[in-house]
Design a protein around this ligand. Structure first.
Ligand SMILES: O=P(O)(O)OC[C@H]1O[C@](O)(COP(=O)(O)O)[C@@H](O)[C@@H]1O
Length: 361
């Protein structure tokens, strides 16, 4: 049973599906939540989450460290940009990828990890029950300005029916599962607070890192995205490359002439996890209408989370989770948000940006 003490949402009793655990202090940690006294997601998944939260804490410390203050994604740096100095520090998205890889390997629970940072999926553990897809540090281009970044992950069961295939082939096929097969997904937002938001298929719940104890505390149980928001989130410098439908939609809602008779406001951090988190909290639509974001690593996990919170994830025409990935690094237009806003947006027909001239910034 969730209640509120001093502004925190807390669990006052153990057990119950999705109810989470809790101790005598009333606070419910992520590990209590997933464990037997809480949502009881199964021992294997509990072990995996223990390792995922450890990786998240290491990345949170990394992005906040003064030592790394100028190590955003930069071409020419050794380890990521093809530079030649082997002793040069690596960009943070490469280090984050290594942190997640070692955590997943150490968990012993992951058969395959597919990462936005790697060309091909990595086979980790024969018999590992799970497949993890991840964008280890999204928004890393913002690091140098201390703008929020995030980790995104999705978890599937290993396809045991293809265990007999050669490693490369089964690694790829396991990683190309449709989003309808997700058993869990989440993101970690590295911002003024470090927030791990996750779903196991029964609601979306967010946990905030308590730096004094190192625990993620359940602060936002059963998040419900408002059915209607008043915010649109898009890089509107691309307005002149948009199709007519998208231009008309944005022009209409910003003038307060849409189905909801209020003038919408624009918010765009240009860091997907941060833009998505705000949308989950306040409602509205977060979008990138061009073929830029990835189906496997970004669109599927975030669509799973927004659907579990009562919203929708679409490519402008179809439900994201129903799409069958054909390529690991497949890109697509992405629209995530409140159910009524999404419905109104899609009613404009052509909202997918088909020209993608390449942008310098
Ligand atoms: O340039 P655009 O179209 O505004 O795209 C911005 C989006 O790209 C991202 O930076 C991800 O791009 P990268 O994977 O190339 O880093 C998101 O965080 C952000 O939402």
């Amino acid at each position: 049973m969730a209640s509120s003490i001093g502004g925190f949402r807390v669990c006052s009793q153990m057990g119950g599906s999705g109810g989470g655990g809790g101790d005598e202090s009333g606070f419910c940690t992520l590990m209590e939540y997933v464990g037997k006294g809480g949502a009881d997601v199964g021992d294997d998944l509990v072990v995996l989450f223990a390792h995922l939260q450890y990786a998240a804490k290491r990345i949170a410390a990394l992005v906040a460290s003064p030592v790394n203050s100028n190590l955003g994604k930069q071409a020419g740096i050794a380890g990521g940009g093809g530079g030649s100095d082997r002793d040069a520090p690596k960009p943070l998205d490469i280090v984050s990828n290594e942190i997640i890889l070692s955590s997943l390997r150490n968990s012993g629970k992951v058969a395959v990890m597919a990462s936005e940072e790697d060309d091909a999926p990595i086979w980790l553990t024969d018999g590992g029950p799970f497949v993890v897809v991840t964008d280890p540090l999204d928004g890393s281009r913002n690091i140098d300005a201390s703008i929020p970044t995030g980790t995104i992950f999705g978890i599937y069961n290993r396809l045991v029916g293809i265990d007999h295939l050669p490693v490369e082939e089964k690694a790829l096929r396991n990683s190309l599962q449709s989003g309808t097969g997700l058993i869990a997904a989440g993101y970690v937002l590295y911002s003024s607070a470090t927030i791990l938001c996750t779903s196991f298929g029964s609601g979306t719940h967010a946990f905030t890192l308590d730096h004094s104890t190192g625990d993620f505390i359940l602060t936002h149980p059963s998040i419900k995205i408002p059915p209607r928001g008043q915010i649109y989130s898009v890089n509107d410098a691309r307005y002149f490359d948009w199709p007519d439908g998208l231009r008309r939609y944005i022009d209409t809602v910003r003038q307060g002439k849409g189905r909801y008779p209020k003038k919408y406001s624009a918010r765009y951090i240009c860091s997907l996890v941060a833009d998505f988190h705000r949308t989950l909290m306040y409602g509205g639509v977060a979008m990138n209408p061009r073929d830029h974001l990835r189906l496997v690593y970004e669109a599927n996990p975030l669509s799973f989370l927004v659907e579990q919170a009562g919203g929708r994830g679409s490519d402008g025409k179809s439900r994201i989770l129903s799409l069958q990935p054909v390529k690991l690094h497949q890109r697509l237009p992405l629209f995530l948000g409140s159910s009524e806003d999404m419905e109104e947006l899609e009613s404009y027909g052509d909202v997918q940006q088909t020209v993608n001239p390449g942008y310098e910034v």
